[in-house]
Design a protein around this ligand. Structure first.
Ligand SMILES: Cc1cc2nc3c(=O)[nH]c(=O)nc-3n(C[C@H](O)[C@H](O)[C@H](O)COP(=O)(O)OP(=O)(O)OC[C@H]3O[C@@H](n4cnc5c(N)ncnc54)[C@H](O)[C@@H]3O)c2cc1C
Length: 202
Protein backbone atom coordinates (compact mmCIF):
# COMPACT_ATOMS: atom_id res chain seq x y z
CA UNK A 1 0.00 0.00 0.00
CA UNK A 2 1.23 3.51 -0.85
CA UNK A 3 2.14 5.53 2.22
CA UNK A 4 0.90 8.74 0.69
CA UNK A 5 -2.24 9.85 -1.10
CA UNK A 6 -2.73 12.05 -4.16
CA UNK A 7 -5.61 12.04 -6.62
CA UNK A 8 -6.07 14.49 -9.47
CA UNK A 9 -9.11 14.53 -11.74
CA UNK A 10 -9.18 17.15 -14.46
CA UNK A 11 -12.61 18.79 -14.35
CA UNK A 12 -12.24 21.13 -17.31
CA UNK A 13 -9.81 22.86 -19.62
CA UNK A 14 -10.27 25.85 -21.92
CA UNK A 15 -8.56 28.53 -23.92
CA UNK A 16 -6.12 26.83 -26.28
CA UNK A 17 -7.66 28.11 -29.53
CA UNK A 18 -8.07 31.66 -28.20
CA UNK A 19 -4.54 31.67 -26.77
CA UNK A 20 -3.13 30.71 -30.16
CA UNK A 21 -5.30 33.26 -31.94
CA UNK A 22 -3.78 35.86 -29.61
CA UNK A 23 -0.31 34.57 -30.37
CA UNK A 24 -0.99 34.96 -34.10
CA UNK A 25 -1.59 38.73 -33.65
CA UNK A 26 2.06 39.25 -32.79
CA UNK A 27 3.36 38.94 -36.34
CA UNK A 28 -0.03 38.86 -38.06
CA UNK A 29 0.41 35.19 -38.77
CA UNK A 30 -2.22 32.63 -39.69
CA UNK A 31 -3.79 31.01 -36.63
CA UNK A 32 -3.60 27.54 -38.14
CA UNK A 33 0.21 27.74 -38.11
CA UNK A 34 0.42 28.62 -34.46
CA UNK A 35 0.65 25.11 -32.96
CA UNK A 36 4.32 24.84 -33.90
CA UNK A 37 5.04 28.42 -32.76
CA UNK A 38 3.33 27.74 -29.43
CA UNK A 39 5.45 24.64 -28.90
CA UNK A 40 8.60 26.64 -29.57
CA UNK A 41 7.68 29.53 -27.28
CA UNK A 42 6.19 27.51 -24.41
CA UNK A 43 9.53 27.02 -22.66
CA UNK A 44 10.74 30.59 -23.22
CA UNK A 45 10.13 32.45 -19.97
CA UNK A 46 10.74 36.16 -19.65
CA UNK A 47 7.78 37.28 -21.74
CA UNK A 48 7.66 35.00 -24.76
CA UNK A 49 5.34 32.38 -23.26
CA UNK A 50 2.68 34.77 -21.93
CA UNK A 51 0.09 32.98 -24.08
CA UNK A 52 0.20 30.14 -21.50
CA UNK A 53 -1.68 32.46 -19.15
CA UNK A 54 -4.72 32.21 -21.47
CA UNK A 55 -5.02 28.42 -21.23
CA UNK A 56 -6.91 27.50 -18.08
CA UNK A 57 -7.31 24.15 -16.39
CA UNK A 58 -9.56 23.11 -13.51
CA UNK A 59 -8.19 20.27 -11.38
CA UNK A 60 -10.18 18.44 -8.72
CA UNK A 61 -7.49 17.42 -6.26
CA UNK A 62 -7.77 15.25 -3.14
CA UNK A 63 -4.66 15.41 -0.97
CA UNK A 64 -3.57 15.75 2.67
CA UNK A 65 -3.69 19.12 4.33
CA UNK A 66 0.09 19.28 4.80
CA UNK A 67 0.45 19.11 1.01
CA UNK A 68 -2.20 21.80 0.53
CA UNK A 69 -0.14 24.04 2.78
CA UNK A 70 2.66 23.88 0.18
CA UNK A 71 0.26 24.17 -2.75
CA UNK A 72 -1.16 27.37 -1.24
CA UNK A 73 2.16 29.16 -1.80
CA UNK A 74 1.31 29.28 -5.53
CA UNK A 75 -0.64 32.49 -5.53
CA UNK A 76 -1.64 32.91 -9.14
CA UNK A 77 -4.53 30.46 -9.02
CA UNK A 78 -7.84 30.03 -7.26
CA UNK A 79 -9.35 27.21 -5.20
CA UNK A 80 -12.68 26.09 -3.81
CA UNK A 81 -12.44 23.55 -1.00
CA UNK A 82 -14.54 21.22 1.10
CA UNK A 83 -15.33 22.85 4.40
CA UNK A 84 -13.73 21.06 7.35
CA UNK A 85 -16.03 23.04 9.63
CA UNK A 86 -19.32 21.77 8.28
CA UNK A 87 -18.84 18.48 6.46
CA UNK A 88 -16.40 16.92 8.91
CA UNK A 89 -18.54 17.50 12.00
CA UNK A 90 -21.59 16.06 10.28
CA UNK A 91 -19.71 13.03 8.95
CA UNK A 92 -18.07 12.39 12.30
CA UNK A 93 -21.36 12.46 14.18
CA UNK A 94 -22.80 9.95 11.69
CA UNK A 95 -20.26 7.16 12.34
CA UNK A 96 -20.69 4.40 14.91
CA UNK A 97 -17.56 4.94 16.98
CA UNK A 98 -18.08 1.59 18.75
CA UNK A 99 -17.88 -0.36 15.48
CA UNK A 100 -14.20 -1.06 14.54
CA UNK A 101 -15.11 -1.74 10.88
CA UNK A 102 -16.97 1.57 10.57
CA UNK A 103 -14.09 3.40 12.23
CA UNK A 104 -11.52 1.75 9.92
CA UNK A 105 -13.61 2.62 6.85
CA UNK A 106 -13.97 6.24 7.96
CA UNK A 107 -10.21 6.53 8.55
CA UNK A 108 -9.41 4.96 5.15
CA UNK A 109 -11.76 7.40 3.39
CA UNK A 110 -10.65 10.53 5.15
CA UNK A 111 -6.99 10.25 6.12
CA UNK A 112 -3.71 9.44 4.46
CA UNK A 113 -2.33 6.02 5.52
CA UNK A 114 -0.69 6.08 8.98
CA UNK A 115 -1.95 9.53 9.89
CA UNK A 116 -4.94 8.75 12.09
CA UNK A 117 -5.29 5.79 14.46
CA UNK A 118 -8.66 4.59 15.83
CA UNK A 119 -7.55 6.07 19.18
CA UNK A 120 -6.94 9.47 17.58
CA UNK A 121 -10.32 9.34 15.87
CA UNK A 122 -11.98 8.47 19.21
CA UNK A 123 -10.15 11.46 20.76
CA UNK A 124 -11.46 13.78 18.02
CA UNK A 125 -14.92 12.21 18.31
CA UNK A 126 -15.10 13.19 22.01
CA UNK A 127 -15.43 16.81 20.83
CA UNK A 128 -18.44 16.14 18.57
CA UNK A 129 -21.21 16.37 21.23
CA UNK A 130 -19.92 19.81 22.28
CA UNK A 131 -20.34 20.96 18.67
CA UNK A 132 -17.14 22.93 19.20
CA UNK A 133 -15.76 23.24 15.67
CA UNK A 134 -12.55 24.93 16.73
CA UNK A 135 -11.67 22.00 19.03
CA UNK A 136 -12.24 19.54 16.18
CA UNK A 137 -10.06 21.54 13.81
CA UNK A 138 -7.27 21.77 16.40
CA UNK A 139 -7.20 18.01 16.78
CA UNK A 140 -7.29 17.19 13.09
CA UNK A 141 -4.14 15.32 11.92
CA UNK A 142 -2.18 16.88 9.04
CA UNK A 143 -2.88 13.75 7.00
CA UNK A 144 -6.59 14.66 6.75
CA UNK A 145 -7.60 14.44 3.08
CA UNK A 146 -9.25 17.49 1.63
CA UNK A 147 -10.67 17.90 -1.87
CA UNK A 148 -10.32 21.23 -3.61
CA UNK A 149 -11.07 22.47 -7.11
CA UNK A 150 -7.85 24.17 -8.18
CA UNK A 151 -8.06 26.49 -11.16
CA UNK A 152 -4.90 27.79 -12.78
CA UNK A 153 -3.30 28.72 -16.08
CA UNK A 154 -0.72 26.68 -17.95
CA UNK A 155 1.78 29.36 -16.93
CA UNK A 156 1.22 28.63 -13.27
CA UNK A 157 1.28 24.92 -14.00
CA UNK A 158 4.62 25.34 -15.76
CA UNK A 159 5.99 27.18 -12.72
CA UNK A 160 4.71 24.43 -10.39
CA UNK A 161 6.28 21.65 -12.47
CA UNK A 162 9.67 23.38 -12.63
CA UNK A 163 9.68 24.06 -8.91
CA UNK A 164 8.26 20.77 -7.67
CA UNK A 165 9.17 17.85 -9.94
CA UNK A 166 12.34 17.26 -7.89
CA UNK A 167 10.71 17.99 -4.56
CA UNK A 168 11.25 15.58 -1.70
CA UNK A 169 7.52 15.20 -0.96
CA UNK A 170 6.50 12.34 -3.32
CA UNK A 171 3.05 13.92 -3.66
CA UNK A 172 4.42 16.56 -6.03
CA UNK A 173 5.81 14.07 -8.53
CA UNK A 174 2.57 12.13 -8.42
CA UNK A 175 0.53 15.34 -8.80
CA UNK A 176 2.57 16.29 -11.87
CA UNK A 177 2.38 12.78 -13.33
CA UNK A 178 -1.42 12.72 -13.04
CA UNK A 179 -1.79 16.27 -14.41
CA UNK A 180 0.40 15.62 -17.46
CA UNK A 181 -1.58 12.46 -18.21
CA UNK A 182 -4.84 14.43 -18.34
CA UNK A 183 -4.19 17.88 -19.81
CA UNK A 184 -4.90 18.37 -23.52
CA UNK A 185 -1.55 19.97 -24.33
CA UNK A 186 1.26 18.37 -22.33
CA UNK A 187 3.61 19.39 -25.16
CA UNK A 188 3.39 22.96 -23.85
CA UNK A 189 4.51 21.98 -20.35
CA UNK A 190 7.78 20.76 -18.85
CA UNK A 191 8.13 16.98 -18.51
CA UNK A 192 8.30 15.13 -15.21
CA UNK A 193 11.96 14.33 -15.79
CA UNK A 194 14.32 16.69 -14.13
CA UNK A 195 16.60 18.96 -16.11
CA UNK A 196 19.16 20.14 -13.60
CA UNK A 197 19.72 23.63 -15.00
CA UNK A 198 16.05 24.66 -14.85
CA UNK A 199 14.98 23.10 -11.59
CA UNK A 200 14.66 24.87 -8.26
CA UNK A 201 16.94 23.23 -5.69
CA UNK A 202 15.27 21.87 -2.58
C1 LIG B 1 11.90 23.71 -1.98
C2 LIG B 1 10.97 24.84 -1.63
C3 LIG B 1 10.83 25.23 -0.31
C4 LIG B 1 9.98 26.28 0.03
N1 LIG B 1 9.85 26.66 1.32
C5 LIG B 1 9.05 27.69 1.67
C6 LIG B 1 8.89 28.12 3.02
O1 LIG B 1 9.51 27.57 3.93
N2 LIG B 1 8.03 29.13 3.29
C7 LIG B 1 7.31 29.78 2.29
O2 LIG B 1 6.57 30.71 2.58
N3 LIG B 1 7.43 29.39 1.03
C8 LIG B 1 8.28 28.38 0.68
N4 LIG B 1 8.39 28.01 -0.61
C9 LIG B 1 7.47 28.61 -1.56
C10 LIG B 1 8.06 29.69 -2.44
O3 LIG B 1 8.57 30.78 -1.73
C11 LIG B 1 6.97 30.22 -3.38
O4 LIG B 1 6.04 31.00 -2.69
C12 LIG B 1 6.18 29.14 -4.07
O5 LIG B 1 7.03 28.16 -4.56
C13 LIG B 1 5.33 29.77 -5.19
O6 LIG B 1 6.17 30.16 -6.23
P1 LIG B 1 5.93 31.44 -7.09
O7 LIG B 1 6.00 32.68 -6.27
O8 LIG B 1 6.92 31.33 -8.23
O9 LIG B 1 4.45 31.16 -7.69
P2 LIG B 1 3.18 32.09 -7.77
O10 LIG B 1 2.79 32.52 -6.41
O11 LIG B 1 2.17 31.35 -8.55
O12 LIG B 1 3.68 33.34 -8.56
C14 LIG B 1 4.06 33.25 -9.93
C15 LIG B 1 4.83 34.49 -10.31
O13 LIG B 1 4.07 35.67 -10.06
C16 LIG B 1 4.78 36.55 -9.17
N5 LIG B 1 3.83 37.10 -8.19
C17 LIG B 1 2.92 36.41 -7.49
N6 LIG B 1 2.23 37.22 -6.68
C18 LIG B 1 2.75 38.46 -6.87
C19 LIG B 1 2.48 39.73 -6.32
N7 LIG B 1 1.53 39.92 -5.40
N8 LIG B 1 3.23 40.76 -6.73
C20 LIG B 1 4.20 40.62 -7.65
N9 LIG B 1 4.49 39.44 -8.22
C21 LIG B 1 3.77 38.38 -7.83
C22 LIG B 1 5.83 35.68 -8.51
O14 LIG B 1 6.99 36.39 -8.14
C23 LIG B 1 6.15 34.66 -9.57
O15 LIG B 1 7.10 35.15 -10.46
C24 LIG B 1 9.25 26.97 -0.98
C25 LIG B 1 9.42 26.56 -2.32
C26 LIG B 1 10.26 25.51 -2.65
C27 LIG B 1 10.39 25.09 -4.11
Amino acid sequence: MESFYMRVKKADEAGYAAALAGLAHNKKQETRRMDAVARKLAAMDGGHNKFLESIIVWLDVRAPRYWWQEADTFRLSTKQSESTMHTLTEELSAIDIGDPAAVAAFIADNFEPNSCSPQTLAWIYQTVPQKNLIEIKKKLPEGFLQTRMWCMSYKTLRNIILQRRSHRLPHWKEFIRQVLAQVEHPELLPTLEREKKTDVQQ
